[in-house]
Design a protein around this ligand. Structure first.
Ligand SMILES: *Cc1c(COP(=O)(O)O)cnc(C)c1O
Length: 403
């Protein structure tokens, strides 16, 4: 996945354009910048990449989720449905707005289980946030029809799935709003950065203003602009956008490499009876940022992932006990450890976390192994890795022969 592995002259040239004129800010300073508008140029490239009408760059993927929710009017006391398997950013971004994250089970897509989503809907629910984890996606038709039926916003966190698609649409563009991260380890990087994408003009206008102190962005004198409502600062800098501009132009190259490496690894595991692959919904095409597979039980997946580590197979994880990606270790959330007071409404809204049963998520995440696909591997390295992985899985899973 990581675009940082392939960083070079193209990125350097774009950054130097910015340094040569000294305009590090994305707005204003029209005369000084000599025609260089890196954030605007990147937004325009991303409109094409994601086939959407509007793109708003922001300072991070986490900011993108907060800005997207705020743009759709989600705030204090509203419930947002999200998966148990994701990055901590998902609930952070919801809680920033005083809203309440409602965690629900994932299924064998490793994304939201539509039935669990429907069960979790209450009169307070405002949005469903599907996280397109590890390069693939949830069952978008089912989720869309639940959202439509209950008049809810459908948001996609596609931070880990840049380049994937569902029924011909780029992931992120399927729901009402999509969010991306361009942090240092994502498919394309800005160093730090993120984006909100949408076809809804009103949501876009809100995101544009909200992420820049409420500036209406009318006219060419920033100081004279008006502020239709309260905003905050989630701006990206021109330096970060410049890196992303070079990276997005290389996205097709990155995706081709990812796919090639993914297929070599997948082919090597196909014949192993204990291995099953994650379900990709009909009409879905993975971004190939990760290869995900299941083993028969938690014990075997733990043994395999340990054996991988011991034998030099890095960047493969079983997330069951992971601190950052799965609910089991999110004690700070369950115990509501916050530097500042949390509202009574949110406290009451989060109380369910102490008792709710997530055994369906445990069933899938416990058996899963996720392997990051790197761009910098050579083809020979991938082939060797694939053989090693297959050998290790077969050895670990082989029935013990009693002599
Ligand atoms: C990386 C990531 C984010 C947050 O992105 P940052 O740019 O690091 O803030 C959010 N959601 C998911 C699923 C991610 O992988």
């Amino acid at each position: 996945m990581p675009g940082f592995e392939l960083f070079g002259d193209l990125e350097r040239k774009e950054v130097n354009d910015v340094l040569d004129n000294g305009v590090l800010m994305r707005y204003g300073f029209d005369g000084m910048r000599k025609g260089h508008w890196k954030a605007k140029a990147l937004e325009s490239e991303l409109q094409t990449t994601f086939s959407v009408n509007h793109v708003q760059l922001v300072s991070s993927g986490t900011a993108a989720v907060s800005v997207a929710l705020a743009s759709a009017g989600v705030g204090a006391g509203d419930e947002v449905i999200m998966p148990t398997f994701t990055f901590v950013a998902s609930f952070e971004a919801i809680m920033m707005l005083g809203a309440i994250p409602i965690l629900v089970d994932v299924d064998d897509t490793l994304c939201l289980n539509p039935e669990a989503v429907e069960k979790a809907i209450t009169p307070k629910t405002k949005a469903i946030m599907v996280v397109q984890m590890c390069g693939s996606m949830g069952n978008m038709d089912a989720l869309q029809s639940i959202a439509t039926k209950h008049k809810l916003i459908l948001m996609e966190d596609a931070c880990q799935a840049t380049g994937g698609s569902y029924k011909g649409k780029p992931l992120g563009s399927v729901g009402d709003l999509g969010c991306f991260s361009f942090d240092f380890v994502k498919t394309i990087t800005c160093g730090e950065g993120g984006a909100v994408i949408t076809n809804n003009e009103n949501f876009y206008k809100n995101a544009d203003q909200f992420s820049d102190h409420g500036h209406d962005h009318v006219g060419s004198d920033r100081g004279a602009e008006t502020h239709p409502y309260i905003g905050y600062n989630f701006r990206i800098s021109e330096l970060n956008a410049a890196v992303g501009l070079a990276q997005v132009r290389r996205l097709p190259e990155f995706l081709n490499i990812q796919k090639k490496h993914f297929n070599i690894l997948r082919e090597a595991l196909i014949g192993i009876p204990e291995v099953t692959f994650r379900t990709v919904p009909e009409g879905g095409v993975e971004s190939c940022s990760f290869l995900n597979f299941f083993l028969p039980d938690l014990e075997l997946s733990t043994k395999v992932s340990n054996a991988f580590k011991e034998n030099g197979i890095d960047v493969c994880w079983n997330y069951y006990n992971n601190n950052w990606h799965y609910i089991r270790a999110w004690h700070h959330l369950k115990d509501m450890k916050s530097l500042f007071p949390i509202s009574q409404e949110v406290k009451e809204g989060l109380a369910y976390l102490k008792t709710k049963d997530f055994s369906m998520s445990d069933h899938y995440i416990g058996r899963n192994i996720s392997c990051l696909i790197k761009l910098s591997w050579t083809e020979d390295e991938v082939k060797e890795r694939a053989q090693k992985m297959a050998t290790i899985i077969k050895q670990v899973c082989a029935p013990k022969v009693v002599s």
